[in-house]
Design a protein around this ligand. Structure first.
Ligand code: ISL
Ligand code: CA
Length: 554
């Protein structure tokens, strides 16, 4: 049997915090660092170890902090540097770790670098960003589309050139070809690592190297365009290696790359043990399922077979040579119980099923805030409730094409990023206990009266209780971390049954992604004992509606 190298970041469990929506300590309607500090015991008790916190730096918030105007300053709405240091100490005192978000493909257009860069053609910061002349007819240099709709090029009247922004026009892409840019970035990374943080999640890291010939996009879906044009440029590995060499290698920290466009065929170039690049990645193949020509607002159908195929192919492609994170949602995608489970009648059952899935697949689990209580998509009633720039931009585009608000809302309520960004539901009190303010930055999901942490804590069969049990189990049994993986239910469109095994033990995980009860005897050996199910009683060979069963093979 082949052997996987051991590492602390393979054995621990990541919990992702979206700070604006986690907990508001001072009643201004915006979550903040002191709000997180006051929930550290909750997190410890849940059993998670690595807290990844989305950007908290100075930012005009065009993309909620993913547009940074000062990398060394904390945004006052989140608190101060002292608060961050206290948070870090609070985590370390509890034996937990902190990783921050590093967004260095682009800055805010309000960053001093960009202000200088756009000020004139001969400013010394001009080539910190990517400027190109228009085509002879005045149109943008390429047909590239931004991730958030419209052209990825913005015309600058003063200098008569376009600058590149793969995201919003307030997020100009840095020019990594320029060694001065790279060295500024390494200084920023070291500034934070010197404070003692435990690593970074590297935002859109495969996008930092651009194709020098700037080819037009020709693929027919947006995820394919990402692979063809935006991701995995020719120098990306030189840059990552240099970054590791100049900063990360000097510290015992983890690096997790966010990987739009990193497919299974190129993954090992980033995470292969021999490459000395990133520790692990969040690949987005399963998240991008269903995206058509212009992305999520031109949807295409998919099903469980596609999800399983992606997990199977990735596991095979990586083997013992590298490592990934396992997650089914984050701040950019709908809530996993609404997307892959059943958030109606079977919300509790299917939330537990999703929990068993992410905690028993092969890779470091990442739990997004609120999943542990089964939070769902929100179904806003009006576009005025939406805050996300992506949703709003696409709305304006679709409106021009004749779509009504009602029609667009149906799509936004299914695909929009704000589904995951409504405030954490702590209790059935005002604003779900998230904030004492009369107005939160985004509305609370009205289902908080029923779905909240306090209610879960009073119920021994709650989603939260199930998470705690699964987290303990994952940590007790090495097989779930390092063991091999194989799907047993290939070709079945509602069953996901797989085994995890090593020299010491073997488990079979049986997940029913439907409300139809089914006999699974043909998948099981005679010697299976049930360790855990999301039902209160056990049943031998039947898998009931949305049942998740963990079996030990003796
Ligand atoms: O959000 C997405 C789909 O709706 C993704 O395509 C997302 O844009 C992509 O995964 C990159 O995401 C990251 O960088 C963005 C930021 O808006 C996201 O929040 C972040 O996770 C730009 O910094
Ligand atoms: Ca606040």
């Amino acid at each position: 049997m082949s052997v996987t190298e051991k590492a602390w970041w393979k054995e621990k469990i990541i919990y992702q915090i979206y700070p604006r929506s986690f907990n508001d300590s001072n009643g201004d309607g915006i979550g903040d660092l002191r709000g997180i500090i006051s929930k550290l015991d909750y997190l410890k008790n849940l059993g998670v170890d690595i807290i990844w916190i989305c950007p908290i730096y100075q930012s005009p918030n065009d993309d909620n902090g993913y547009d940074i105007s000062d990398y060394r300053a904390i945004h006052p709405e989140f608190g101060s540097l002292e608060d961050l240091e206290e948070l870090l100490k609070g985590l370390h005192d509890r034996g937990m770790k902190l990783i921050m978000d590093l967004v260095v493909n682009h800055t805010s257009d309000e960053h001093d670098f960009f202000k200088a860069s756009r000020s004139s053609l001969d400013n010394s910061y001009r080539d910190y960003y990517i400027w190109k002349k228009p085509k002879p007819d005045g149109s943008p240099p390429t047909n590239w589309m931004s991730f958030f709709g419209g052209s990825a090029w913005e015309y600058d009247e003063a200098s008569k050139e376009y600058y590149l922004h793969l995201f919003t026009k307030k997020q100009p892409d840095l020019n990594w070809e320029n060694p001065k840019v790279r060295s500024e970035i390494y200084d920023i990374i070291n500034f934070w690592l010197d404070k003692g943080i435990d690593g970074f999640r590297l935002d859109v890291i495969p996008l930092i190297s651009k194709r020098p010939d700037y080819p037009d996009a020709t693929q027919d879906t947006f995820p394919k365009v990402i692979e063809q044009i935006y991701s995995n440029g020719p120098k990306v590995h030189d840059y990552i290696k240099e970054m590791i060499d100049k900063s990360f290698s000097k510290y015992d920290v983890m690096t997790v790359g966010e990987g739009p466009g990193i497919n299974k065929d190129v993954a090992l170039q980033y995470i292969g043990n021999d490459r000395k690049e990133l520790n692990l990645i969040f690949h987005l193949d399963h998240m991008y399922l269903g995206q058509g020509e212009n992305g999520k607002y031109t949807p295409t159908p998919y099903n469980l077979l596609d999800v399983k195929r992606i997990f199977n192919e990735w596991d095979k492609a990586i083997g013992d040579e590298g490592w990934i994170s396992i997650f089914m949602d984050n701040h950019d995608f709908p809530r996993m119980v609404s997307r892959f489970g059943n958030d109606g009648q079977y919300r509790v059952k299917s939330s537990k099923l999703m929990c068993m899935l992410i905690l028993t697949l092969r890779g470091t689990p990442c739990i997004y805030q609120g999943s542990e209580i089964g939070m769902t998509n929100v179904a806003f009633k009006s576009m005025s409730e939406y805050r996300d720039v992506e949703t709003i931009n696409f709305y304006h585009e679709q409106k021009k094409l004749g779509m009504s608000e009602e029609e667009f809302l149906v799509m936004a309520n299914e695909h929009g990023r704000d589904n995951a960004r409504t405030p954490m539901q702590w209790s059935d009190e005002k604003n779900a206990g998230f904030s004492s303010s009369d107005k939160c930055w985004i509305n609370v999901n009205p289902n908080y009266t029923n779905i909240n942490v306090e209610a879960c804590q009073q119920d021994e069969n709650s989603v939260l209780a199930f998470y705690k049990t699964m987290i303990k189990l994952r940590k007790q049994v090495d097989t779930f971390v390092y063991g091999q993986y194989e799907e047993l239910s290939k070709g079945h469109n509602t069953l996901y049954i797989y085994r995890r095994w090593d020299d010491s033990s073997e488990y079979i995980i049986c997940l029913n992604f439907s409300a139809i009860e089914i006999n699974i005897a043909s998948y099981l050996p005679n010697t299976a004992t049930c360790v855990l199910t999301n039902y209160t009683s056990t049943s031998t060979n039947q898998l009931r509606a949305w049942e998740a069963k963990l079996l030990r093979i003796n």
